[in-house]
Design a protein around this ligand. Structure first.
Ligand code: ZN
Length: 169
C-alpha cells in the first residue's frame, strides 16, 4: 500500500484518504483550507505545550508548598519543649497532604487539581489575614507568585480545553 506523509502532523497516511486520520488534515481540500489547517495545527500544538508546561510548573509549586507545611510541622514538634500546638500541626498536615495528593493527580485531572489547591491557598491566606494581618503580609511576594502562577496555569488549561473542542469538531 502506498502511503503519504501528512504535512501537518507528519503521520504516515494511506494515499487515498481524504482527511488525515490523526489530525484531520484535508488532503482533498483547497490550498486555503490546507494552510488554514496547518496554521491551526501549529497553534494547537503551542497551546497544548503551554498547558503541559504550566502543569509541570504547578506540580513543582504544590510540592514546594507541601514541603513548607511539613517543615512547619517538623519545626514545631522539635522546638516545642512544653506544649505542641496540635491545631496548627493538624491544619498543616491536612494542607500538606492535600497539596501532595493534588500534585500527584495533576496529570489525571488537571483542572480540579489546580482549582482545588488554589482554593485552599486563598482560604488559608484569607484566614491568616483576618487573624494576623502583619504575619499574613510576610512573604507577600512569594504568596503572590504562587497564587498568580496557579491562576495562570488554570487559564492555560482552559485555553487548551476550548481549543481542543474547537479543533476536533
Ligand atoms: Zn495529520
Amino acid at each position: 500500500m502506498s502511503s503519504i506523509q501528512c504535512p501537518a502532523c507528519k503521520e504516515s497516511q494511506e494515499i487515498n484518504v481524504s482527511n488525515c486520520t490523526n489530525c484531520r488534515f484535508p488532503f482533498t481540500g483547497s490550498t486555503q483550507e490546507k494552510s488554514k489547517h496547518i496554521a491551526q495545527f501549529i497553534n494547537k500544538k503551542n497551546v497544548i505545550n503551554d498547558a503541559e508546561e504550566a502543569l509541570s510548573r504547578s506540580k513543582k509549586i504544590l510540592f514546594l508548598i507541601s514541603g513548607y507545611n511539613f517543615l512547619f510541622i517538623l519545626v514545631s514538634i522539635l522546638s516545642s519543649t512544653i506544649e505542641v500546638d496540635v491545631f496548627s500541626i493538624s491544619i498543616n498536615l491536612i494542607l500538606g497532604l492535600g497539596f501532595v495528593i493534588c500534585g500527584l493527580l495533576l496529570k489525571k485531572s488537571p483542572m480540579f487539581c489546580s482549582v482545588f489547591p488554589l482554593g485552599m491557598i486563598l482560604g488559608l491566606y484569607t484566614v491568616n489575614f483576618i487573624l494576623d494581618p502583619d504575619l499574613a503580609m510576610r512573604g507577600i511576594i512569594y504568596k503572590l507568585i504562587i497564587v498568580g502562577s496557579l491562576i495562570y496555569s488554570i487559564y492555560l488549561l482552559q485555553k487548551a480545553k476550548t481549543f481542543n473542542k474547537q479543533f476536533s469538531s
